[in-house]
Design a protein around this ligand. Structure first.
Ligand code: AMP
Ligand code: GLY
Length: 420
């Protein structure tokens, strides 16, 4: 089968890698792709959000399956466009994708279907927001409704910081992502878990889970980022966590989608907080996580392209999901100024990678063996092992060697990914 991966980050590099290794895969393309996907097949210079051009190229190139990587493609209606052109798509249409692209849509969906999540109010103005603080207390998560590339959520632990955020958003007239709609949500206490399930339009089947490290600095300090590392399987959760998530989260989501006649096709990423009462939904995403994909995909056995195609065409067989018992750890290497800014790197020589480790490139291009990277999260280095401890030791051996080789590039990374 001929497969297109839409997107150009490290998640899409991991998708292209795992798809290319599938027996059923004849060719893999990426749009726009990056320095990693370029080693496996053609990169199309088409934006991930340009549904019209992507549909045209998919037909010309006889693509059998398109896999949507980033939320921007889903929210731009790329899934709708490609389906209309007769292409099988792994990734929801824009409408079902609102579970991610509108936090208010997602919250109301959860309220209608009794899916546990934090108590919240929807507000449209500073006055309304301040009244909501009176109702919910001063420690809240303040969430812009729309997609805001990681800048739309602020956790405020006291009234002064809540007021500062709300004042800045409404005062400047710039709520991140646009519009005036904001969700004010009570804080949940517990441990976070990224849980992924496949949906073929009628079933919602657990795939795998991972732990993501969102803060920039060791010990969960510093600003929020897109994710500085991850590992899978998660540890420190109840042994039956998958069954609990299946019963308490996935089943009501599946039922809710069916009742509302909102077919969902692709992967549903449930961002959960494991509280004293069990899992509570922080957010839904309509795609794989980055860097979670980089540590999940190496653990998925069998023909991955076929699994995605079966999901895309309503024929998912839950028995086709087989996970390796081994663990995988991924460490992100980012430019020193991330997340405040992202200095591009020019003309980096393709680095050697230690045996037993592999790397996935973030936004980048490759010419004659030299790589230009957009900066920010430059790459993710991953390694596997019999358990998390061994995978972690191997990954950090690889990181140290790589950081020495790329010494001139001023890359930073967290040293505590997957540490107990
Ligand atoms: P989100 O973009 O919705 O994933 O939010 C970013 C981060 O903010 C999450 O990963 C959590 O760490 C934190 N967060 C969001 N909502 C809550 C909440 N209700 N309680 C505690 N932490 C939250
Ligand atoms: N790692 C978090 C995300 O992909 O949204």
């Amino acid at each position: 089968m001929r497969v297109l991966v839409v997107g150009g980050g490290a998640r899409e590099d991991a998708l292209s890698w795992r798809i290319a290794a599938s027996p059923s895969c004849e060719a893999v393309f990426a749009a726009p792709g990056n320095a990693g996907t370029a080693t496996r097949g053609e990169n199309w210079s088409v934006a991930a959000t340009d549904g019209k051009e992507l549909a045209k190229k998919c037909v010309d190139e006889r693509v059998d399956l398109a896999v949507l990587g980033p939320e921007t493609a889903i929210a731009a209606g790329v899934g709708d466009r490609l389906r209309k052109a007769g292409i099988a798509v792994f990734g929801p249409n824009r409408s079902a994708g609102r579970l991610e692209s509108s936090k208010i849509f997602a919250k109301r969906f959860m309220q209608r279907h009794d899916i546990r999540s934090a108590r919240a109010s929807v507000v449209h103005s500073l006055d309304g927001a301040l009244r909501a603080l009176d109702r919910h207390g001063d420690a809240v998560a303040i969430k812009a409704d729309g997609l805001a590339s990681g800048k739309g959520v602020v956790v405020a632990r006291d009234r002064a910081s809540a007021q500062a955020t709300l004042g800045a958003w409404y005062g400047s007239g710039h709520v991140p992502g646009g519009g005036n709609d904001v969700l004010i949500e009570e804080l949940l206490e517990g441990r976070e878990l990224s849980f992924f399930a496949l949906s073929d339009g009628s079933q919602l089947v657990p795939l795998a889970a991972a732990c993501d490290y969102k803060r920039a600095g060791d010990g969960d300090t510093g600003p929020n980022t897109g994710g500085m590392g991850a590992y899978s399987p998660p540890r420190g959760f109840p042994e039956n966590f998958e069954q609990v998530v299946r019963e308490q989260i996935l089943e009501p989501v599946r039922r809710g989608l069916a009742e509302e006649e909102e077919p969902y096709i692709g992967v549903l990423y449930c961002g959960l907080m494991w509280t004293r009462e069990g899992p509570s939904v922080i957010e839904f995403n309509a795609r794989f996580g980055d860097p979670e994909a980089q540590v999940l995909l190496p653990r998925i056995e069998g023909d991955f392209a076929r699994l995605l195609h079966a999901t895309a065409t309503g024929r998912l067989d839950p028995r086709a999901i087989v996970l390796s018992g081994d663990a995988c750890v991924g460490v992100v290497l980012a430019t020193g100024d991330y997340p405040a800014s992202a200095t591009p790197l020019r003309g980096v020589a393709a680095p050697r990678v230690k045996d037993g480790c592999w790397i996935f490139w973030g936004n980048s291009t490759r010419r004659d063996g030299w790589i230009d990277a957009a900066g920010g999260r430059v790459l993710t280095l991953c390694a596997m092992g019999n358990d998390v401890e061994r995978a972690r030791a191997r990954a950090y051996d690889g990181v140290h060697a790589l950081a020495a080789e790329l010494g001139a590039c001023d890359l930073t990374y967290r040293t505590d990914i997957a540490a107990r």
